[in-house]
Design a protein around this ligand. Structure first.
Ligand SMILES: *[C@@H]1O[C@H](CO)[C@@H](O)[C@H](O)[C@H]1NC(C)=O
Ligand SMILES: *[C@@H]1O[C@H](CO)[C@@H](O)[C@H](O)[C@H]1NC(C)=O
Ligand SMILES: *[C@@H]1O[C@H](CO)[C@@H](O)[C@H](O)[C@H]1NC(C)=O
Ligand SMILES: *[C@@H]1O[C@H](CO)[C@@H](O)[C@H](O)[C@H]1NC(C)=O
Ligand SMILES: *[C@@H]1O[C@H](CO)[C@@H](O)[C@H](O)[C@H]1NC(C)=O
Length: 704
């Protein structure tokens, strides 16, 4: 009797050891991944230097050269890699002119629209390859009219102008960059009847107001610095909305695209702070209110119209260009048909040292470390896919075309999409994520050292000022996570160091700026790669997907508080269907968490072997619950966006509120004041509560 029980005990110990070994092994590799022995700031710095040695806008030969470099690093890290190309509609500037005329003297000043080279610029020999300052997909044409100053060009700024009795009709609007997406600045101006738009970088927002306190002496934008950027309001190739842009495919004409209303219908140009100030000086009329004013040494800002007259003329050249996504695949050993996808874009408006190639350098660092892990015997349980996108700057095109082409496979197999756009623009960690990924990201930041203070973790510095870590949300159409999350419903995250940086999208976003101000010893890049890769490794290797939907329910509950404040008309709008569905989600989340705990507790003692199908079934519920937040009809007026919790607001593409459909409907209702418009709000509330309910059904895995 005693012997038998000893044997049974020994057997049980042996079994549990055998069963636990794989987990032990993967945690060994995970620690190794973030250890100093595998991290390499010198190679990160070198990769960034190579990637940014020339300007490399989408569709250029220089960007193809950068793609070849990414391919070579992935391949030499033992990662099978291929290039997926698309032929997409891009636009480059053909001619630009901006002339300011003093209407009383008729004397004119023609802006040179050039960013000045700086002293000691090591890239002076390739500076002519920087694209002339422009707005991608801007309308070609000429606009001549009195100037009106419209602050940030938001809807509320025009309301203020109306209150002041200013008629914007037939004027050329001057607006500042900063609060809303530049495409919305142009669209709002158009809606007010303006015929052209000039957008400038005000020095109050970009620093450098005192003598030479700007790059290369300080981090601030030089007076001639200009933010280049796109003005298209949607994502993907505008001429192939909803489908992939292959060589021979259905394609809309640009006229048809214009009818769709997502490209601007009036010309626009970006200008520097210096030029913006010159235009400001030409504007008379009423003095703008205090918070519309500039920095201390700036002139008084008035709203106009005129007497300065602007003649803005722009001609764009539309081309069909071939873009290249680089895709590296490390096949999973046990579940090759489950994908963990990491993505970053490569194309840059200029040199792209921060945006986006700090992220590309981090991606290559992750790839090189995974290559070293493979050499030591590690194989991921699930497939890890490393993606380097093209033409993100034009409108998230490379990733969107790929997602549109592979939508069904991605929808049925992808566990999560982890995005890094700019990995480093300065100190300070930040993260945005769908809420079931929060816990995992927090855990990763607790394991990785703060690159700016090695006696604490990233988590410690992240939570320094506020007691709990703050997550952003992914409702904006700001980077390559948009097609994954907002179109297909794949859990997603986006991480970075630094909160905005003054040389954004200008000629000065170069390697020198990075080494002087962004990341002098490249330890922030290394830390970004550590967090990014560690989260990916856990998602790829853990037996149960490390998702926590209780965090999702909690976050939705919090979002309800803001929504309640927004919809002050509470007696008309009944929010209880949403409260009810969130409660159900909370229950389903608790239940699946318990089920996983039970199986894990019994593992190795009660069963000889894990029931793989059972594990798979639970994981599928975790993976697919996010998909349930999508609705086939999508957001009202912008049906490509299927996710009803996180998506862009119709009025602000940068906005990242939850429940954009409800907010948009409420905004409309407040301006129309009709019973019908408020019942539309109620309809949106019902739609959201239905998708939340669907998510809890998927999580519990039960048919009704
Ligand atoms: C603004 O001016 C245009 C003509 O330039 C005119 O048609 C329009 O009615 C004016 N709007 C208001 C509100 O006065
Ligand atoms: C326009 O010319 C008049 C007359 O010379 C001058 O008083 C005014 O300052 C000028 N305005 C600008 C913006 O240069
Ligand atoms: C406005 O600028 C365009 C382009 O430089 C020029 O062709 C046109 O003659 C100008 N119009 C006026 C009225 O000055
Ligand atoms: C570095 O972190 C330690 C531990 O949190 C803290 O005591 C110290 O003040 C930090 N140093 C700096 C320079 O922030
Ligand atoms: C790498 O990091 C070390 C330690 O912080 C630093 O001394 C070195 O200058 C860094 N190398 C580069 C290329 O930034």
């Amino acid at each position: 009797m005693i012997k038998t029980s000893i044997i049974i005990t020994l057997l049980a110990i042996a079994t549990s050891y055998l069963l636990l070994t794989p987990t032990k092994k993967s945690s060994y590799y995970h620690s190794l991944f973030i250890s100093n022995s595998l991290s390499d700031n010198v190679s990160v710095s070198n990769n960034l230097k190579v990637l940014t040695h020339r300007p490399h806008i989408a569709g250029s030969e220089a960007n193809n050269e950068a793609a070849a470099y990414v391919v070579s690093i992935l391949t030499s890290s033992n990662i099978p890699t291929h290039v997926t190309s698309y032929d997409v509609a891009l636009a480059y500037p053909f001619s630009r002119s901006l002339v300011l005329t003093n209407s009383s003297t008729e004397s004119s000043f023609s802006f040179n629209l050039r960013q000045e080279s700086y002293e000691g610029d090591p890239y002076a020999d390739v500076i002519d390859e920087v694209v002339p300052t422009f707005h991608a997909y801007a309308k070609s044409g000429t606009a001549i009219g009195y100037v009106v100053y419209a602050n940030y060009g938001r809807v509320e700024d025009y309301l203020k102008l109306k209150e002041m009795g200013i008629n914007v009709s037939n004027t050329v609007v001057l607006a500042k960059y900063g609060k809303v997406y530049r495409g919305d600045i142009v669209k709002n101006a158009y809606n007010e009847g303006a015929i052209g738009v000039v957008i400038y970088s005000d020095k109050k927002d970009n620093g450098g107001s005192d003598e030479a306190k700007w790059f290369p002496n300080e981090k601030w934008l030089p007076p001639s610095g200009v933010q280049i950027g796109g003005v298209y309001s949607r994502v993907g190739d505008p001429t192939t909305p909803g489908w992939a842009s292959c060589g021979e495919c259905e394609r809309l004409s640009m006229d048809e695209v214009e009818k769709g209303g997502d490209v601007p219908l009036i010309p626009s140009l970006p200008v520097s702070g210096e030029d913006g100030e010159k235009i400001i000086r030409s504007i008379g009329g009423p003095v703008a209110e205090d918070d519309w004013q500039g920095s201390k040494d700036a002139p008084t800002y008035r709203v106009g119209p005129g007497p300065g007259i602007l003649n803005l003329s722009y001609t764009g050249q539309q081309v069909i260009a071939t873009i290249q996504n680089v895709i590296g695949v490390i096949e999973g050993a046990e579940e090759p048909d489950r994908f963990v996808i990491l993505g970053n874009h490569r194309d840059a408006w200029t040199f792209g040292a921060v945006d986006p190639n700090s992220g590309t350098a981090a991606l290559l660092e992750v790839a090189q470390r995974l290559g070293k892990l493979q050499k030591k015997g590690w194989k991921p349980r699930r497939t890890i896919i490393l993606c380097n996108w093209d033409a993100e700057e034009y409108g998230i095109i490379g990733s969107t075309e790929w997602v549109e082409e592979n939508r069904e496979i991605l929808a049925s197999r992808t566990v999560a999409y982890l995005n890094v756009d700019s990995a480093v623009g300065g100190p300070g960690f930040r993260a945005s994520a769908t809420p079931q990924l929060e816990e995992l990201i927090i855990k990763a930041t607790q394991k990785v050292k703060d690159p700016d203070n090695s006696s604490q973790s990233i988590y410690d510095s992240w939570t320094d000022s506020n007691s709990s870590p703050q997550f952003g949300r992914l409702g904006g159409r700001v980077s390559d996570y948009a097609p994954f999350l907002q179109h297909v419903g794949i859990p997603a995250a986006d991480i970075a160091f630094g909160k905005g940086y003054p040389v954004y999208h200008s000629q000065y976003d170069d390697f020198v700026w990075m080494t002087k101000f962004g990341d002098p010893v490249f330890q922030r890049h290394v830390a970004a790669a550590s967090v990014w890769g560690l989260v990916a490794l856990w998602l790829a290797d853990e037996e149960f997907l490390p998702f926590n939907y209780s965090s999702y329910a909690k976050e939705l509950q919090l979002s309800m508080e803001s929504l309640k404040n927004e919809i002050s008309n509470e007696d008309i709008i009944n929010l209880s269907p949403m409260y009810k569905s969130i409660k159900e989600l909370e229950k389903a989340a608790t239940k699946i968490n318990e089920q996983i705990k039970e199986i894990e507790a019994s593992k190795g003692w009660k069963t000889w072997k894990m029931d793989h199908l059972k594990v798979r079934e639970l994981n599928d519920r975790l993976m697919m619950a996010e998909r349930a937040f999508t609705d086939r009809d999508g957001l009202l007026g912008i049906p490509w966006y299927k996710h009803l919790i996180y998506g862009p607001s119709k009025h602000n593409n940068y906005g990242s509120q939850s429940f954009p459909g409800i907010y948009d409907a409420a905004k409309m209702a407040r301006s129309l004041h009709s019973a019908e418009s408020w019942s539309q709000v109620q309809h949106e509330v019902w739609r959201v509560s239905r998708v939340i309910k669907h998510a809890s059904l998927v999580l519990s895995g039960q048919l009704t």
